[in-house]
Design a protein around this ligand. Structure first.
Ligand SMILES: Cc1cc2nc3c(=O)[nH]c(=O)nc-3n(C[C@H](O)[C@H](O)[C@H](O)COP(=O)(O)OP(=O)(O)OC[C@H]3O[C@@H](n4cnc5c(N)ncnc54)[C@H](O)[C@@H]3O)c2cc1C
Length: 381
């Protein structure tokens, strides 16, 4: 009997896993004992970290896109389609394309995060972002036309993709505006929902003095409630109102609806065992990357490491061997601290982050990492 592994989501986690499995299960694939299908709702693979650089004119959105066909092993069946329903009792999926159902023996959900700006009244019309491809392109024009006033960066949704990216944006904006001789004319304000500037206390403790040094104003305990695009104000549930000339936000995030509908977790995030990445509510279902609710940051590096764990576990299960690989919470992240300097953190469930002193070398390491991504995603590095 042929075992069918279905991966939903061809972003970082899903694509890395598809290539990892194609490599690990080569004999079984050649013998026709295993079939791997990767379902993604876009023919392109999108590498989102590129979007941070688009507003500053340093990258084009196309730099973050490659056809899935070019990135994923030929032995994987790629299906461009959107999964609309998961039935974990019957072990089958339904999709937009249609009439046929997709049956699986093993299912991996790697559906990532969704932006839901409509949750905040006025945000769709009043706010800009770099957390979507179109948002990053629009923001490039807005930033270029800002010559005076107040730039507000408001972190609205947590959890959100790449917890470092809001810090990176204000550090880069500060530097970029200084280079253009405009920093004196433009105030930068950063807001965060809790009592510190980042969810992780160690990173918050490191970032706060840099913000003070750079004259980046901070509003903590700022849970955005509404945006008034006419008056150009953003208000918080705590009663603070901020004027803005350019509002950049990290919009609220959610998982995908079909996960909640399938009873796999609230808000579209899959409840998983944080070590094995197995779904708690269904047999033979794994989740990885942003969609897996493990408590670690929603980061591409996390999705990458988790894909290796799920790949090893699935290969063992298919070979009727005990699945022993586990995820230890490993997270790796470069943090831009300006246009030509960056820091670096590496941590896991047990070890807290300790940001490295910013340097030009780490900035170039981040850019190099982004370029070599296309090789690492293929499993070539
Ligand atoms: C501006 C920005 C900067 C970032 N910088 C970094 C960084 O420097 N380092 C880092 O580690 N991470 C970074 N990240 C985070 C990183 O991009 C994400 O955490 C990572 O992409 C998560 O991978 P994933 O596989 O879980 O989801 P994704 O890569 O988002 O892939 C999910 C895929 O599933 C598809 N999909 C969803 N629902 C369905 C469905 N129903 N049917 C079919 N397909 C579906 C989506 O279209 C998408 O292709 C950044 C993110 C942003 C926005």
């Amino acid at each position: 009997m042929t075992e069918h592994v279905v991966i939903v989501g061809g972003g970082t986690g899903g694509s890395v896993l598809a290539n990892d499995l194609a490599d690990r299960l080569e004999p079984e694939l050649d013998a026709g004992d295993v079939r791997i299908t990767l379902i993604n709702d876009d023919a392109d693979h999108v590498y989102k970290p590129v979007w941070l650089y688009v507003p500053f004119g340093q990258r084009e959105p196309d730099n973050g896109r490659r056809p899935l066909e070019d990135l994923v092993d030929d032995r994987v069946d790629i299906r461009i389609d959107r999964v609309t329903e998961i039935d974990t009792d019957a072990k089958r999926l339904e999709s937009m394309e249609g009439n046929d159902v997709i049956e699986y023996d093993y299912l991996v959900l790697a559906t990532g995060s969704t932006l839901v700006p409509e949750e905040i009244p006025g945000l769709v019309d009043g706010g800009h972002d770099y957390y979507s491809e179109s948002g990053a392109v629009d923001l490039r024009d807005e930033l270029l036309s800002l010559t005076e006033g107040r730039l507000v960066l408001s972190v609205i949704g947590t959890p959100h993709m790449c917890p470092a990216a809001p810090l990176e944006f204000v550090f880069m904006a500060d530097d970029w505006l200084r280079e253009r001789g405009l920093r004196e004319e433009i105030d930068i304000t950063y807001t965060y929902p809790i009592q510190r500037v980042h969810g992780n206390p160690h990173i918050a403790e490191w970032a706060r003095p840099i913000m003070e040094e750079r004259d980046i104003q901070v509003e903590t305990f700022f849970n955005a409630e509404a945006v008034d695009p006419e008056a150009e104000t953003i208000t918080s549930m705590e009663g603070t109102e901020l004027d803005y000339d350019l509002l950049v936000t990290i919009p609220p995030h959610a998982g995908v609806d079909l996960i909640a509908a399938a009873g796999l977790g609230d808000d579209g995030w899959v409840d998983v065992d944080k070590h094995t990445l197995e779904a708690e509510a269904a047999e033979n279902v794994y989740a990885l990357g942003d969609t897996a609710d493990t408590g670690v940051p929603n980061a591409g590096s996390v999705a990458h490491y988790q894909a290796g764990v799920v790949g090893q576990r699935l290969a063992s299960e298919i070979r009727d061997r005990p699945a022993t690989a586990t995820y230890d919470g490993k997270t790796l992240c470069f943090i831009e601290t300006g246009m030509d300097a960056a820091s670096f953190v590496e941590f896991d469930y047990e070890t807290p982050p300790s940001p490295a002193p910013p340097s030009e070398k780490l900035h170039w390491s981040k850019l190099a990492y982004n370029e070599t991504y296309w090789l690492t995603a293929r499993g070539l590095l």
